[in-house]
Design a protein around this ligand. Sequence first.
Ligand SMILES: [Zn+2]
Length: 135
Amino acid sequence: MPDVLATLEADRSKLLEEFLRLGDLRPGSITAVVRRCGKPSCHCAKPNDAGHDPQFRLTRREAGRTVTESFPNPAALRRAQQEVTEFHRLQKLSEDLVSINEKICELRPVVQQRGGWTDQERKRLLQSIRKLPGM
Ligand SMILES: [Zn+2]
């Protein structure tokens, strides 16, 4: 099925171009923390009240710990949202790239070379197979 293979390769090229269009990116997720001032007479003390201006934070995992970052102004928050969105685009693109490559690997015919394995290739191959863990 050479047509399918060619189509997949063209799709892969398009996908790789998408990587070039990625902007600044970084991992993390942005959460809003509702602020309550603690005064019992305040509206924020009532259940289901939206509280005061929510505080936005970016949290991310770093070496097994959660790192939290707050934003000094709305512009910094908007930029961080964009950066996180771009990071998610990167993840999606990476997944798509791997899955399209898996299909390509499956369909690509193996070019048969004359003579098959050489003794040296056979030896090296057997050695590498024996080194696989759990085998
Ligand atoms: Zn309050």
